[in-house]
Design a protein around this ligand. Structure first.
Ligand code: ADQ
Length: 435
């Protein structure tokens, strides 16, 4: 959505992986022209397995989300990752024009700029990392952790979600004797100069708020739970769903008024189901929710409604609006847009309460949410009790602070600030060669 708006406004070309695996090709295929040109590159079946599910989602994703135990160091994965980035670079180099600016997104493409520079590409290239940047200890899980510095230094500008991510990346460069810190805040690495910075991503706040207002009727057609909390996450082990469910059970166990029967509505569509860790988390959650419903349900009350599929966005906005609280309990998360969507969807004169993990990037900005330690189920259970009993005045105060932070990081501002920052960096053909 963010990039769609930026491209439609500024003009440009979108390049991404095609929807289906096919034959490896050195060319990009036009898959759309309106409102901007879209080009696709094709992954083969093997690359889909080794590059996408393999190195991207079974090495880099767990590594960046502090799950070194889930990293699969199959050498074929690493080889496919390098090969796909090199082939994509060749395909892009063929269509790139002299004054084009490239904006590369996310962990699937860390080495793309290095591969492009090797082909002689001197255009400005920016990179935005949507997920957390790893610590030095996390990086040490990789066979060649020092690659990261070279990959990143090939960009002109590297953007992170938070100041904490930026600090971790600086720490990586600080630990590398090849890096030098320049007085203008950039990092010189071998013959390259890179600028690093935090560009917290956001949502289209006004559109989301409008969608939420759409209709005052309940988003549930019938049989609406009277008082509910909402959770919306891709079904991913980084999102802290087992601890959320267990904390909710703990809240139910400890509540002083047994007549109070809130419901946790959890919407969690499956992703990356070919990866074992995702099959495991799905099974674990089904067991926990079945167990909790078995223990606490009454004939007219189901404590956890667990919906295992995607929900239409405007309906989602209304579900947020009617929820008394939203639970975001990620163990690690780049930003977490659900937190911002929930705030944007609230009714200003009677808002719900955001319960937010300290380990989600969003906690750096939404400091007046109810911040919790997601590893501490008692802490989350306490926050649920506090949220459900919070007086109106405090809810409004917290909401006003949070909505301000959501507006300040609106997605349009995010893309404008990043691209303006990239435009200000030195084009690479002006890089000082020797000093
Ligand atoms: P994700 O890990 O996917 O994104 P998040 O930021 O929460 O996490 O974004 C999920 C999006 O999908 C939200 O817009 C949400 O509304 C939507 N969504 C989730 N479940 C849905 C459902 N069942 N039906 C409909 N919509 C659903 C990665 C990083 C994050 C970072 C984003 C953006 O992991 O940390 O915030 O990129 O940079």
């Amino acid at each position: 959505m963010a990039l769609h708006d930026a491209l439609a406004e500024r003009g440009g070309v979108w390049i991404g992986a095609g929807p289906e695996p096919g034959e490896a090709s050195e060319a990009l295929e036009v898959i759309g022209r309106d409102p901007y040109v879209r080009l696709a590159f094709t992954l083969t079946e093997t690359e889909q397995h080794d590059y996408y599910l393999g190195f991207s989602n079974s090495v880099l994703w767990p590594l960046c989300h502090r799950r070194g135990d889930l990293v699969d160091l199959d050498p074929d994965f690493e080889a496919a990752y390098r090969a796909v980035n090199a082939r994509l670079a060749r395909a892009i180099a063929k269509v790139l024009e002299a004054d084009d600016v490239l904006w590369v997104h996310d962990y699937h493409l860390f080495p793309l700029a290095q591969a492009l520079r090797r082909l002689g590409v001197t255009n400005r290239i920016g990179f935005f990392l949507h997920i957390p940047f790893p610590t030095l200890t996390d990086l040490a899980v990789l066979p060649k952790p020092s690659d990261f510095a070279r990959w990143l230094a090939s960009y002109n500008l590297v953007g992170f979600q938070t100041r904490a991510d930026t600090a971790r990346c600086l720490e990586m460069f600080r630990a590398d004797p090849r890096a030098e810190f320049m007085t203008d805040g950039t990092v010189k690495f071998e013959d390259k100069i890179v600028r690093l910075g935090a560009f917290p991503i956001g949502i289209d706040t006004e559109t989301f708020a409008r969608d939420a207002e759409g209709s005052e009727e309940s988003p549930f057609r019938r049989d609406a739970p009277e008082e509910y909390l909402i959770g919306v996450d891709r079904l991913d082990y980084s999102k802290g769903l087992p601890n959320r469910f267990n904390a909710f059970a703990r809240y139910l166990e400890e509540r002083t008024d047994p007549e109070r029967r809130p419901c946790l509505v959890q919407i969690a569509p499956p992703t990356r189901e070919a990866v074992q860790a995702y099959q495991d988390i799905r099974r674990e959650l089904e067991e926990i929710s079945g167990h909790i419903n078995g223990a606490y349900a009454e004939l007219d009350w189901t404590p956890i409604r667990y919906i295992h599929r995607a929900v239409d966005r405007s309906r989602l906005a209304r579900i947020y609006r009617h929820a008394r609280a939203c639970l975001v309990t990620s163990l690690a998360d780049g930003m977490n847009l659900v937190a911002k969507e929930y705030v944007a969807a609230q009714q200003p004169d009677d808002p719900g309460v955001l319960i937010l993990s300290r380990f989600a990037g969003a906690a750096e900005d939404l400091t007046d949410a109810l911040l919790v330690n997601p590893y501490d189920e008692a802490d989350i259970a306490r926050a649920i009790a506090v949220a459900l009993d919070m007086p109106l005045e405090e809810r409004v105060d917290r909401y006003e602070s949070c909505i301000q932070a959501v507006r300040d990081t609106d997605v349009r501002r995010w893309s404008k600030q990043f691209l303006a920052g990239l435009d200000r960096t030195l084009p690479s053909f002006e890089w000082p060669k020797d000093e």
